[in-house]
Write a protein that binds this ligand. Structure first.
Ligand code: AP5
Ligand code: MG
Length: 215
């Protein structure tokens, strides 16, 4: 199964990706997580990407596509995957289609998690993220039982650097400007499914699972 998850910052892509990938036993490829790993390791790519991420901009396509291609070369991603946060513009969507076609592969579904601006701001304001393993929490909706420590690894929970409200508003503006052509593209391919995202995480997962049964 090859799936893309689309949605605004804080719409719940990472949260749903984890549930779907556990359920379908497919790998989770998040371009945001891949960039954050490079930033943590202080690589040249991480340093470059961080310049854009801190401004709420998209990382240039050339860098982003190179990161995605590299992950497709990994053996564990060859049998299927869920892409979280890629593609974000029409060029990325068409490039993905080409890469897959070269390997006689295709996408099964593109899910859009549709949320309001208020939901985005509430979810991001309360998000905490593990500085060690990247696990995500929310102070009200999904708190860690260990307060400011990660339940999985004991790492310290922190705010993401790009989660300050003024950066989130910029991220939202960028998202709203670039996503519509991607949605039109997947609609024309007949694989776009819009999911109501202003709901409980389990209800959203249930809706996605119901749709997956039809694939
Ligand atoms: P990325 O890390 O992908 O950020 P994003 O798209 O802005 O999305 P987020 O990770 O902030 O939110 P999410 O949708 O995963 O929500 P989550 O599940 O965490 O990208 C970061 C940056 O990297 C981009 O800004 C860009 O610069 C760059 N980048 C990445 N991909 C790129 C690309 N393709 N091209 C160019 N640049 C790229 O949920 C949020 C919070 O809400 C959590 O606390 C969670 O616990 C809570 N929550 C989730 N679901 C629910 C629910 N249903 N009810 C209540 N709470 C919920
Ligand atoms: Mg995410």
């Amino acid at each position: 199964m090859r799936i893309v998850l689309l949605g605004a910052p804080g719409s719940g892509k990472g949260t749903q990706a984890k549930l779907i990938c556990d359920y379908l036993k497919i790998p989770h490829i998040s371009t945001g997580d891949l960039f954050r790993a490079q930033i943590r390791d202080n690589t040249p790519l991480g340093i470059k990407a961080n310049e854009y991420i801190q401004k709420g901009d998209l990382v240039p396509d050339e860098l982003t596509i190179s990161v995605v291609k590299e992950s497709f070369n990994k053996e564990e991603n060859k049998g299927g995957f869920l892409l979280d946060g890629f593609p974000r513009n029409l060029h990325q969507a068409k490039t993905l289609q080409l890469i897959l076609a070269e390997n006689k592969q295709y996408l099964d579904k593109a899910y859009l998690i549709n949320v309001s601006k208020d939901t985005v701001l509430e979810r991001i304001a309360g998000r905490r993220f593990c500085s060690n393993c990247g696990a995500s929490y929310h102070v009200s909706f999904n708190p860690s039982k260990l307060k400011d420590k990660c339940e999985a690894c004991g790492g310290t929970l922190i705010h993401r650097n790009d989660d300050e409200e003024h950066i989130v508003l910029d991220r939202l503006t960028v998202y709203n400007k670039s996503i519509q052509p991607v949605l039109n593209y997947y609609k024309e391919l007949g694989i776009l499914e819009t999911i109501e995202g202003n709901a409980d995480a389990n209800d959203i997962f249930y809706d996605i699972c119901s749709s997956l049964k039809a694939v």
